[in-house]
Design a protein around this ligand. Structure first.
Ligand code: PEP
Length: 217
């Protein structure tokens, strides 16, 4: 099975013009590959095109209704996305999403035909396996998991290969990606011990992102 590489642009770049520029500089290299681009949802309709996989960075758990500001899984699917990131640590910490919220989102995303990419991982003072156990409880097996220890996200302090191997082993036959300060220097090492990568910062630099994709070939 080919590894899956997911680009999480987070709340970047600032304008549609910049998003289009970034996208067009990687487009030919990511076409017809197991790569998923997750830009801010508002940019999705302007970027979606044949041959490229897209995802949203979050979704709500209802299909429609009086939920100002929310975007439903059905809406995401209807514009041509196949994936949705759920429970990113920034959603959990800044927006106080609970494991219960995340479970509801996963279920509704699946019902809408989206593949959920559920982010899991501990903070510096927590026990990895206790936290993960709780985060994956009742979440079902039909999801992609992204192990992203909080202390490794955007810090340049990526998790050790040993640690990622232990987590991979703990999650056994599930599909597990690694995320946390991945760059073109370390991507190959993580690809050898996981099913793929979730990339934040490095996905905003076209040259760096292309190098990461190429290191897999
Ligand atoms: C992320 O946002 O999921 C992430 C892994 O970020 P970074 O690659 O910047 O650490």
């Amino acid at each position: 099975m080919n590894p899956l590489i997911i680009a999480n642009w987070k709340c970047n770049p600032e304008t549609l013009e910049e998003a289009q520029e970034l996208f067009f500089s990687i487009k030919e290299d990511i076409k017809n590959k197991d790569i998923v681009i997750c830009p801010p949802s508002i940019f999705l309709p302007s970027l979606i095109c044949e041959g490229v996989n897209f995802g949203a960075q979050n979704c709500f758990w209802e299909e429609k209704g009086a939920y100002t500001g929310e975007i439903s899984p059905q809406m995401i699917k209807s514009i041509g996305c196949d994936y949705v990131i759920i429970g990113h640590s920034e959603r959990r910490t800044i927006f106080h999403e609970s494991n219960e919220d995340i479970k509801k989102k996963v279920r509704k995303a699946q019902m809408a035909g989206l593949i959920p990419v559920v982010c899991i991982g501990e903070s510096e003072d927590q026990d990895t396996f206790e936290v993960i156990e709780e985060q994956i409880k009742d979440i079902g097996r039909d999801v992609i998991l992204a192990y992203e220890p909080l202390w490794a996200i955007g810090t340049g302090e990526n998790a050790s290969l040993e640690k990622v191997k232990e987590v991979r082993e703990f999650l056994k036959d599930r599909k597990v990606l690694y995320g946390g300060s991945v760059n073109s220097q370390n991507a190959k090492d993580y690809l050898e011990i996981t099913d793929g990568l979730l990339i934040g910062g490095a996905s905003l630099n076209a040259g760096e992102f292309i190098k990461i994709i190429l290191c897999d070939i």
